[in-house]
Design a protein around this ligand. Structure first.
Ligand code: NCD
Length: 316
């Protein structure tokens, strides 16, 4: 269990101790990943269903790899070839899947709050793999893990989250996550790409990347979420790159501060192609650590403490 919860829905539900526990467990699972046969029987007999209503490459593959390394069975559900196209509601779809017996459901949905609704309908553990603009907790956990590996404890470290903050669930998740670990978080974006209100966000903000760049320990870049933008929010992507992109000149000023990005990257927009290939740009490590973090999450929610007794789930 994580923070006394059966589900992982939002970084807001975790306190610093929960996060530390998860990151420490992640370290053990990273060790499993380095073995010649990277597999443990921890979730043998458990079934996990993927419910992805939005596109995904790395998050989905990462969860699948994590589940396989834990020996869980998986149930694949692809919205594009399912009865969702025949008008089936989220609730009916979820009930159909749970009727077949699942222990965990990993949900990605375009609507903020969808995983919370699913959690109210089912006995299974629900993990949020990204809901609308709202939250993406496993991304935050892998980002904390990766940052900590490189720069140690995050207390008083300065993290900038740069770009399309307004439409980004990663920004919302990570602002909370890094702040909970004691970091100072600055959002950097044009006015049109910041949320209208920042009440309750544990952050500072600026519209000028050059103002903060010399002071950063982590420069976290976001993709322009064009699929979620309804108005023209920047004059052009080229102009955005000039004002807010991590180009070579700005990357030089970062020194050896970390460059992070959740992927997918748009080279030449939020980040110059050459900068994305520098040694302090740790995107591929983020992806690799994602598998270990998701193993830790699945194990905590579906493994320890919960066992099957007479075909029913019971607390061991
Ligand atoms: C992000 C997402 O889908 O929220 N990607 C990811 O999960 N690694 C960010 C994005 O789509 O830009």
């Amino acid at each position: 269990m994580i923070g006394g919860e059966r589900h992982l829905l939002s970084m807001a539900d975790l306190d610093r101790d929960d996060i530390e526990q998860l990151l420490n467990l992640t370290e053990s699972f990273a060790e499993v990943g380095e073995r010649s046969i990277p597999k443990v029987p921890a979730l043998r007999g458990k079934t996990i269903a993927w419910l992805f209503y939005e596109d995904s490459t790395r998050t989905r593959l990462s969860f699948e790899t994590a589940a396989k390394r834990l020996s869980a069975d998986t149930m694949n559900f692809s919205v594009s070839s399912s009865s969702v196209n025949k008008g089936e509601s989220l609730r009916d779809t979820v009930e159909t899947i749970t009727a077949m017996g699942v222990d965990g459901i990993v949900v990605r949905h375009r609507a903020a709050g969808a995983p919370h609704r699913v959690a109210q309908w089912v006995d299974a553990s629900v993990i949020n793999a990204g809901d609308g603009w709202h939250q993406h907790p496993t991304q935050s956990l892998l980002d904390l893990y990766t940052a900590r590996e490189h720069i140690g404890e995050l207390d008083a470290k300065h993290v900038a989250i740069v770009g399309d903050v307004k439409h980004s669930r990663v920004a919302r998740s990570n602002a909370v996550a890094f702040a909970k670990m004691g970091a100072r978080v600055t959002l950097v974006a044009p006015r049109t790409l910041l949320p209208a209100h920042l009440d309750g966000w544990p952050v500072e903000f600026t519209h000028d990347l050059d103002e903060v760049i010399d002071d950063l320990d982590v420069c976290y870049l976001l993709r322009m979420q064009l699929e979620r933008q309804t108005d023209a929010v920047v004059p052009s992507l080229r102009e955005f790159h000039t004002e807010f992109g991590l180009d070579v000149r700005r990357a030089d000023r970062l020194g050896d501060a970390l460059i992070m990005h959740p992927g997918p990257m748009n080279r030449g927009v939020e980040i110059a192609g050459e900068v994305a290939d520098r040694p302090n740009a740790v995107m591929t490590e983020q992806v690799a650590n994602g598998v270990s973090v998701r193993m830790a999450v699945l194990f905590l929610l579906l493994g320890s403490g919960l066992d099957i007794v007479d075909g029913k789930r019971a607390v061991a």
